[in-house]
Design a binder for this molecule. Structure first.
Ligand code: MLT
Length: 330
């Protein structure tokens, strides 16, 4: 084939490829979308994901189904999405643990900084330290005294190395100056079940799932890591009141797709997420468990990306200061 014919064939191929990519993004979505939750069902990430999935299914006109892909503090689920096709049909909901993982795992199969396309920020909220209801400690101060006296006889459940619950446990042990025994689970759903039946002493959980258990009398709420007490659990002391001011931590969830997902698809998902965060039912459920959506000014993928990259550095510094490395984190 001479040069001219080759050139024409190349131009037609390029035009066809561009046209089909544009059509693809325009028609998206045309089939079921999977939202990967990297922790077990029943935990806070799962609860938030199901709330979003219900709303986004309506907006997108295609079902958004939840797939719990558990293990290794949420990094197994993250890896599943990192290697998924960048076509908008595999989403990830994750939180600050995704940004702490590079400082806690030597064997990640993905580059945290580049493997994901941030779609948008979801919610932010405090952690709550809850104890088994048979603990004698009545107040936060009693619990602090008990934990300091018991040292490594105390068992703290968490959702895997690097999970919010694990990072929160590290901050607590550091604030108390004690070594405590950490008991890993595939999410705080199963961890909470063992706390309710008294198999472990305490758990640092997101307010999303801790609040209903406290209100239901299944566990005792001792310390909330927010600046102010939560309206829904007014009697639970803040870390400052409890006397451990450095025990403060706010979690946040974001939505992600694999890198190279078409921009138009990212923007469609971002718009559907934004709609979910204005829905009365979603806002009501968030309020009832002490978590809040990000302000509209932070809803863009760019704002999410800025926070995401900053958090990777922040948790790197925090964990280094705490002397927590992939070797010592277990
Ligand atoms: C965590 O990081 O502690 C998880 O979010 C808990 C969960 O969602 O199961």
């Amino acid at each position: 084939m001479n040069f001219a014919k080759r050139w024409v064939a190349l131009v037609i191929l390029a035009a066809t490829t561009l046209f089909s990519a544009a059509t693809f993004a325009q028609d998206y979505p045309t089939r079921i979308i999977t939202l990967v939750v990297p922790f077990a069902a029943g935990g806070p990430s799962d609860v938030i994901a199901r709330l979003l999935a219900n709303s986004m299914s309506q907006t997108l006109g295609q079902q958004v189904i939840i797939e719990n892909v558990v293990g290794a503090g949420g990094t197994v689920g993250a890896a599943r999405v990192a290697r998924a096709a960048p076509d908008g049909y595999t989403l990830l909901i994750h939180h600050l643990a995704l940004t702490a993982a590079p400082s806690l795992y030597n064997n990640l199969t993905y580059d945290t900084r580049t493997a994901f396309e941030p779609v948008g920020l979801v919610n932010t909220g405090p952690m709550v330290l809850v104890g088994r209801k048979t603990l004698e400690a009545k107040t936060a101060q009693d619990l602090i005294a008990y934990f300091k006296a018991q040292g490594d006889k105390v068992t703290l459940a968490h959702a895997g190395v690097g999970s919010n619950a694990h990072l929160c446990a590290i901050l607590l042990s550091q604030a108390l100056g004690v070594k405590q025994v950490y008991v890993p689970y595939n999410g705080t759903g199963p961890a909470m079940n063992d706390l309710v039946t008294g198999q472990v002493d305490a758990l640092c959980d997101q307010s999303t799932t801790a609040v209903p258990q406290i209100i239901g009398g299944n566990v005792k709420g001792y310390i909330v890591t927010s600046e102010q007490p939560l309206d829904v659990i007014k009697d639970v002391a803040t870390a400052r009141i409890a006397g451990v001011p450095s025990f403060d931590m706010a979690i946040w969830h974001g939505l992600y797709v694999p890198k190279d997902t078409p921009r138009e698809v990212v923007l469609k998902l971002n718009a559907a997420l934004g709609k979910a965060l204005t829905e009365p039912l979603v806002l009501e459920r968030f309020k009832a468990v002490g978590t809040t959506p990000f302000p509209k000014t932070e809803w863009s993928p760019q704002a999410h990306s800025k926070r995401f990259l900053a958090e990777i550095d922040r948790w790197g510094r925090l964990l280094k200061v705490a002397g927590v490395t992939p070797a010592t984190a277990r």
